[in-house]
Ligand binder design. Structure first.
Ligand SMILES: Cc1ncc(COP(=O)(O)O)c(C=O)c1O
Length: 414
């Protein structure tokens, strides 16, 4: 569906819209639609997956998981989860506003606040909810937010839901960002607070903007900063504390959110900041207050993953070695990639509209990767999105590159 068709679709009556969308989906499935591949077994470098077209699960080499440090299936983490289940059971039976907040939640919040270099933190059931949490808990319609035009869907959704007036900016162009601020300030209501948010290491390509300058501009203009560092924890910084540790800027943003669902191999997320800001979230943010607290096995998994990350910083080094090795190999083969700093390697193809076919063929040949397609990204920015893990061996990386080369040649895209 192209952009015009999407807009037309938006205008259709609800029932017609649903019918149309469903029939489009069925056609896409016939053509080999790849979303909804079903995995089986623990998340690791080799797994079993089946797509919507087959009845059987096939062995695949996984280069499409955010479990960068290989902690989603780590023996120590699993043993701590089992221990926690024996001791504390499973669910919390309530939201933090009522009965669903325990000593285990509090201890983990303190640990995560220290990791972020902040005074306090709140735990949320997902990164998506964490982004809803700070928007909902801090802002109102008098305020203004200026957000990274490539922000995650959760940030954009949160802003729309809260009705905060907004502007977008391109964080690669900080001069323009700085220039737009006086005009925004002039137009703002009396007493309005301006907020701004960017990603740490960027989820789309693993690059990092000039965060030092961004923070300086925001400070000079009395802007409250929030960093979405979903992909930074465990992939960056000497001890895995994320993008700000990597840049020696730990604790320099006003608020920060990070997920526990990627490098930490579990689920959930946190927002950290000063005692005052976290007080606001804990007491006024509906997405924190009114959803059940994280289940005990998840808390145990996050804590145990942090233990492993602290004890074995070499996991982070190995991840970067693997990423560099794969980047070098792909470039030597002639691929157009971005050399980012996290576990993500985007591969672009000159031939447009081909990336879905390449990914489908890779899957048939035993390689699981992801893609970013229009409308998620502009049509000329479609990409195969490779995620590297600490636990990949050199041999597995060689096999993956060989397959990508063969399939790209098959589609005359290399
Ligand atoms: C930049 C960014 N923010 C937030 C999220 C949401 O995190 P979670 O999957 O834990 O809900 C993601 C997940 O992909 C992300 O990439």
């Amino acid at each position: 569906m192209d952009f015009r068709e999407l807009i037309e679709l938006e205008r259709k009556p609800f029932k017609e819209r649903v019918k149309l969308q469903y029939s489009t989906y069925l056609k896409e499935v016939e053509k080999g639609f790849m979303i909804g591949r079903q995995g089986s077994g623990p998340v690791d470098v080799r797994m079993q997956y089946k797509d919507l077209h087959s009845d059987t699960f096939n062995d695949v080499l996984v280069f499409g998981s955010n479990s960068y440090l290989g902690l989603a299936n780590h023996p120590y983490v699993k043993s701590k989860v089992v221990e926690a289940v024996e001791k504390y059971g499973i669910g919390t039976g309530g939201s933090p506003a009522f009965s669903g907040y325990t000593k285990q939640h509090r201890d983990l919040e303190k640990r995560l606040a220290a990791l972020a270099g902040h005074e306090d933190a709140v735990l949320l059931p997902s990164g998506y909810m964490a982004n809803l949490c700070w928007v909902n808990g801090l802002m109102n319609r008098n305020d203004i937010i200026i957000y990274d035009q490539n922000s995650h869907a959760s940030v954009i959704n949160a802003i729309k839901m809260t009705n905060v007036p907004f502007f977008t900016f391109d964080p690669e162009r900080l001069d323009e960002f700085e220039k737009m601020l006086p005009k925004i300030r002039e137009r703002s209501k009396p007493g309005a607070q301006i907020f701004s948010t960017v990603e740490g290491v960027r989820s789309t390509d693993g690059t990092i903007i000039d965060l030092k300058r961004y923070i300086e501009i925001c400070r000079a203009n009395d802007i409250v900063t929030i960093l979405d560092d979903a992909h930074g924890v465990g992939t960056l910084g000497r001890t895995g504390k994320g993008t700000l540790e990597h840049l020696d800027l730990l604790g320099q943003v006003d608020l920060r959110m990070s997920t526990c669902s990627k490098s930490l191999g579990a689920q959930g997320a946190f927002v950290s900041g000063s005692n005052e800001y976290i007080f606001m979230l804990r007491n006024f943010s509906y997405p924190y207050l009114f959803t059940s607290g994280l289940a005990q096995p998840t808390i145990a998994a996050i804590s145990a993953a942090l233990d492993v990350m602290e004890r074995e910083p070499e996991r982070i080094e190995r991840l970067h070695d693997n990423v560099r090795y794969m980047q070098d190999k792909l470039e030597t083969e002639g691929f157009n990639i971005i050399r980012g700093q996290s576990g993500i390697i985007p591969i672009f193809f000159e031939k447009l509209g081909i990336v879905g076919n390449i990914n489908r063929r890779l899957f048939e040949r035993g390689l699981f990767a992801n893609i970013m397609e229009y409308p998620m990204v502009p049509p000329d920015k479609e990409r195969l999105r490779i995620s590297v893990m600490t636990s990949h061996s050199r041999d597995e990386i060689d096999q993956a590159v060989k397959l990508i080369v063969e399939v790209a040649r098959e589609f005359e895209a290399l």
